[in-house]
Design a binder for this molecule. Structure first.
Ligand code: UDP
Ligand code: MG
Length: 342
């Protein structure tokens, strides 16, 4: 029997429609992996309810009561996908030997979890699930995503293209990951920074099993801008370059203006003045916007607010009852502070 305790972390935001099917499929995968001796029979699925408004938590806690291999974490409100995942990772890290994060909507192929585990046993600390084809995504989503990866690459941010948040992390990698206590979290950019031995597993991404995407265009755009400005200062540098260019143009203008002055053509110039007011005004506003974006980030970082708050933690309670010793949490606390799983 393998003694690798795997926790599959599934963030859920209003996912009542997909939970039954997701649970069925994940449970199958879990059972198969246990039978194959890839993981221990204490392995489990942890649903993180990210402040859902529907019956998601009722369903999760119902499953947790019935099955030993299903547990849940309930956040106090909607914190967003990334934070829900972090909440799950920081909680699971205290018990699990490795974790796999996966979306609730079954877009990622659960069958490759087995490949993840095989790679883990081969000694990889990080295994990325990478989408082979994106046929099932809309034309728009596919191309905006591609553009985003390209731009990030150009700006010097290392990312694994076509990899979302479907990955395996070993306990070792998790222990390093929790040290990244930044407010503006973009997990998929942090993981490559950890620097552990990593590999990729390819799979086909299918359509959402049921329900709607919780990532409308506005959220996607915010996600992209956040990712960019949290990991790269290149936009700020570009603004500085732009300033440089305008300075050079300004110098040339001095020569031009002097020439005009001494040749007696000084009064004409309405066009150039109006043009510069608009152009330079626009550039200045834009520059302030970019700088403001970074100041906003600093503002948020300096507050050191908690990144999520947990209302109910079924995972830790169950583990303690199972007699497992706990790794101290991110704040160095050893015992359980929140547990209610009855
Ligand atoms: N999700 C979440 N909190 C949010 C938004 C989404 O926990 O505020 C979860 C959601 O339940 C799903 C995953 O994040 O498990 C990915 O969301 P979705 O499938 O809607 O995104 P898409 O695949 O369309 O990018
Ligand atoms: Mg999805």
């Amino acid at each position: 029997m393998s003694d690798t305790l795997l926790t599959i972390i599934v963030p859920c935001f209003n996912e009542e429609e997909v939970l039954p099917e997701t649970t069925k499929r994940l449970q199958e995968v879990l059972n198969d992996a246990i039978e194959e001796n890839l993981i221990s029979d204490k392995s489990n699925i942890m649903y993180v309810d990210d402040g859902s408004k529907d019956r998601t938590w009722a369903i999760i806690s119902g499953y947790a009561k019935k099955s030993d291999s299903i547990t849940g974490l309930k956040l106090t409100r909607n914190f967003g996908h990334q934070r829900a995942l972090i909440a799950g990772m920081e909680t699971a890290r205290r018990q699990a030997d490795c974790i796999i994060s996966i979306d609730a909507d079954l877009q990622d192929d659960v069958k490759v979890i087995r490949d993840f585990l095989i790679k883990y046993h081969e000694g990889y600390d990080v295994v990325y699930g990478v989408r082979d084809k994106r046929e099932t995504d809309t034309f728009f989503k596919r191309n905006t995503a591609l553009g985003f990866y390209k731009m990030m690459g150009k700006l010097g941010v290392e990312m694994v293209p076509n990899h979302a948040d479907f990955r395996l992390l070993s306990k070792r990698a998790l222990d390093e990951f929790v040290k990244y206590q930044e407010e503006n979290v973009f997990i998929r950019c942090i993981v490559p920074l950890l620097g552990f031995k990593s590999t990729k597993v390819y799979y086909n991404r299918s359509e959402r099993f049921a329900g709607e995407s919780k990532y409308p265009l506005k959220k996607m755009l915010n996600f992209a801008i956040d990712g960019l400005t949290s990991f790269s200062v290149v936009p700020m540098r570009l603004v500085a370059y732009l300033g440089g260019i305008f300075f050079v143009i300004g110098l040339m203008m001095i020569v031009y203006i002097l020439v005009r002055h001494f040749t007696g053509h000084a009064v004409t110039g309405w066009s150039s003045i109006i043009l510069s007011i608009w152009l330079i005004g626009g550039v200045q506003l834009m520059a302030m916007g970019v700088i403001g974006e970074y100041i906003g980030k600093i503002f948020n970082e300096t507050k050191h607010r908690p990144r999520y708050s947990i209302e109910q933690d079924l995972y830790t309670g169950r583990m303690e009852q199972g007699g497992k010793t706990m790794t101290p949490d991110v704040f160095g606390r050893a015992g359980v502070t929140l547990c209610d799983w009855t």
